[in-house]
Design a protein around this ligand. Structure first.
Ligand code: SF4
Length: 385
């Protein structure tokens, strides 16, 4: 019996490496398989090792355990991925600030690997185009804005041009974005302010940007982060939902969320963090049906299981490039194309595939996409697309 002791003892050391390796391989092979792999693999490996340990007493302990464990991991991993659920990675009730910082940064690092091409999903060539596009994105998708702005900027390329435009002509161009009368007032108003108060240039300071008609802190941070390279956190509906699911903060007000999350990351990370989180919210961690079974950060997520955990069903919920569909930008960055991303079609040109298997539901702070049939006036707020 004594001989059995070293055999049992040797098991974890010999099995943990292949188990990790298999889990890691599953992760890189496919997002759908990666999430449950780590845990699913561990169980069959242990079982296999226990079963063979008795045989090992005869003198071949090391070899038998290692060989069987490897075989067990390889043989059962795939099956286990499809059937076993992983437990939500709930943080301890009294999680320290340091532990929260570590946890949050780890999730962001993982997201950076999943979305190395993350970027603002509005097409723009200069700060003026970005501020106008961001204002137009209220209550509609970035896709619809991207399909609308080429005609707008071709006709009115500068703030002076747009400020002096005939409002009815602008309204006609902006009609596809919904709320087109209110949006026409906003973009013409902000163009007048740029012309009269800022010499026709978009200011690069938060305090100036928020004085422009239709520009709040969120829009200002989008502009600062993406047109001026100044760090900013964009708290849109996706960002709010995901940081709450990950238990990074319990705050509900966008300004408070922005402050709370800002304390977890260095300023230099803020802009890309926003893109990572929003990309994840748009593609995988949806409001109503998060695709948990196809989520690469599932092993780190306290909310795992809130959505579909079956890998095959979850895969069908993936959107944009993760689901093999076109993206939102007509002119996406090269890194996106290199990763297999497909540009969005121009307005009126049907995409061969839909970007969205099913529409996002209404969110409390930001209603879903407005269609051309959306109300003509009102107070738009930032869209979900
Ligand atoms: S999809 Fe599921 S597992 Fe992934 S982040 Fe969202 S809630 Fe968590």
């Amino acid at each position: 019996m004594r001989k059995a002791v070293p055999a049992k003892k040797s098991v974890p050391a010999k099995t943990s490496a292949p188990a990790e390796k298999a889990a890691s391989a599953a992760k890189s092979a496919s997002a759908a398989k990666s999430a449950p792999a780590k845990k699913a693999v561990a169980a069959p490996a242990k079982k296999a090792v226990t079963g063979t340990a008795k045989k090992a007493v005869a003198g071949t302990a090391k070899k038998a355990v290692t060989g069987t464990a490897k075989k067990a991991v390889a043989g059962t991993a795939k099956k286990a991925v499809a059937t076993e659920r992983i437990a939500p990675a709930k943080p301890p009730r009294n999680e320290s600030h340091t532990a929260l910082v570590r946890r949050a940064r780890r999730i962001n690092r993982e997201l950076a690997e999943v979305y190395p091409y993350a970027h603002p999903e509005l097409d723009f060539e200069n700060p003026f185009q970005l501020v106008v596009a961001t204002v137009l994105s209220a209550q509609t998708t970035d896709l619809r804005v991207n399909q609308t702005t080429p005609a707008l900027f071709a006709k009115y390329p500068t703030p002076e041009d747009l400020a002096a435009a005939n409002p009815e002509e602008v309204e006609e161009i902006l009609r596809p974005t919904g709320f087109f009368r209110a949006k026409t007032k906003s973009v013409m108003g902000l163009s007048k302010a740029l012309r009269d108060d800022f010499g026709g240039e978009v200011p690069g300071r938060l305090e100036d940007l928020v004085k422009l008609p239709g520009v709040g802190r969120k829009t200002a941070f989008v502009v600062l982060g993406n047109a001026f390279g100044r760090p900013g956190i964009t708290v849109d509906t996706h960002f709010q939902r995901l940081v709450r699911r990950w238990e990074w903060t319990a705050e509900k007000e966008p300004d408070k969320i922005e402050r709370a999350i800002g304390e977890l990351f260095p300023k230099t990370d803020w802009t890309m963090l926003s893109h990572h989180v929003i990309f994840h919210g748009r593609r995988i961690c949806h409001a109503r049906k998060p695709a948990c079974g196809a989520c690469p950060i599932a092993p780190l997520c306290p909310a795992y299981g809130e959505g579909e955990t079956d890998p095959e069903k979850a895969k069908k919920l993936l959107k944009y490039e993760k689901g093999g569909f076109p993206g939102q930008r007509l002119n996406p960055p090269q890194s996106y194309l290199d990763a297999g991303g497909i540009p969005a079609p121009p307005l009126g040109v049907p995409a061969s595939t839909s970007a969205s298997p099913e529409p996002e539901p209404a969110a409390p702070t930001s209603p879903p996409s407005a269609s051309p049939a959306a109300p003509a006036t009102g107070s738009p707020s930032r869209g979900t697309g």
